[in-house]
Design a protein around this ligand. Structure first.
Ligand SMILES: Nc1nc2c(ncn2[C@@H]2O[C@H](COP(=O)(O)OP(=O)(O)OP(=O)(O)O)[C@@H](O)[C@H]2O)c(=O)[nH]1
Ligand SMILES: [Mg+2]
Length: 307
């Protein structure tokens, strides 16, 4: 009996949602960084085996939006939980109490009355006996809301611990159905989007928190050419767009050093991900308040939400 279905992965920022999905898919479909609010858009990561096809939806970490961009990010989370029948609620085990933000996430998913798997990540960071206390804490909390998780699975993505159990539990809770995507498909991201996200990851990794959160990346041109050796080369021209003019010199750096570093590390990573030679040119531009621009967010960056 073959099973398939959509599984929404939700949780607070930095829980490891994107890292988990990348590991299960076996391909970097989503960028990951130590900074919260890395993921901005829902991304599909498809895992196909002999017995099932699980279509994971990676979502932005749940937070209180401070601008239109944040509102759109949270709309993505609502869409994912509303449209999937099974939810993986991913938590970081080093958060030893259920704070206000976690309460909000739990209450939101509980009221939909869907099947929820509690997945406790980063257990490589704590002792075994502490895991039991965390499980008890979440169980006690949802019991008070008259809710029960269909399963609780402690994992470490880093150590690849518990991932087989998670897959098994997900399969157990999916319905019998034919595959939804071709067996060699693993994401809905286009190569352009992968390039944009890859560049954004390097900005998140190399600049202070405030700057990356005020930046968006747009691929301007993406051309495939064959070089004189007969190899395929992707020629990519991208723009890093800052919402404040004070960010521009920070992205460029002294004598262009930061931009050179972002360009080189993006190129190396993209060559690995897309398995092709890359020729990358990045420009830095300013577009004041793009993160508040409803038209831009709705029609460009979040157009998939409107489908
Ligand atoms: N120690 C440890 N760290 C992990 C593990 N899984 C993920 N991380 C780290 O946690 C940080 C956040 O990971 P992400 O996958 O970007 O988290 P996210 O939940 O997608 O975050 P947002 O996109 O901001 O919502 C990164 O530095 C990861 O390397 C794990 O199993 N153990
Ligand atoms: Mg993420």
């Amino acid at each position: 009996m073959f099973k398939s279905g959509y599984v929404g992965v939700v949780g607070k920022p930095n829980a490891g949602k994107s890292t988990l999905i990348n590991k299960l898919v076996g391909y970097k479909v989503a960028i990951t960084t130590p900074k919260p609010q890395t993921t901005r858009y829902n991304i599909k990561g498809i895992v196909t085996s002999e017995t099932s096809q699980i279509v994971f939806i990676d979502t932005p970490g749940v937070h209180t939006p401070k601008h239109k961009l944040g509102e759109y990010m949270m709309k993505g989370v609502s869409n994912a939980v509303n449209e999937t029948n099974l939810i993986v609620y991913l938590v970081d085990c080093t958060h030893t109490r259920i704070d206000e933000a976690a309460e909000r996430v739990i209450k939101d998913i509980v009221k939909l009355n869907k099947k929820v798997i509690l997945c406790i990540n980063k257990i490589d960071k704590i002792k075994k006996e502490e895991i039991l206390r965390i499980i008890e804490m979440y169980n006690n909390y949802v019991q008070k809301l008259n809710f029960e998780f269909v399963a609780i699975v402690p994992i470490s993505v880093y150590k690849e611990d518990g991932l087989d159990i998670l897959i098994k539990v997900i399969e157990d809770n999916l319905d019998e159905s034919e595959a939804l995507f071709a067996s060699d498909e693993f994401t809905d991201m286009t190569e352009r989007e992968i390039a944009e996200e890859c560049i954004r990851e390097k900005i998140l990794n190399n600049l202070n928190e405030e700057v990356p959160h005020g930046i968006t990346v747009e691929v301007d041109t993406f051309k495939e050419i064959t070089n004189i050796n007969g190899n395929l080369v992707y020629c990519i021209v991208a723009n890093i767009i800052c919402n404040k003019d004070t960010y521009k010199p920070m992205v460029i750096g002294k004598d262009g050093s930061m931009l050179r570093h972002i360009t080189n590390s993006s190129k190396i990573d993209l060559e690995k991900i897309l398995d092709t030679k890359i020729n990358l040119k990045i420009w830095v531009k300013v577009r004041e308040n793009w993160a508040q621009n409803e038209n831009y967010l709705k029609n460009v960056k979040f157009r998939n939400l409107n489908k």
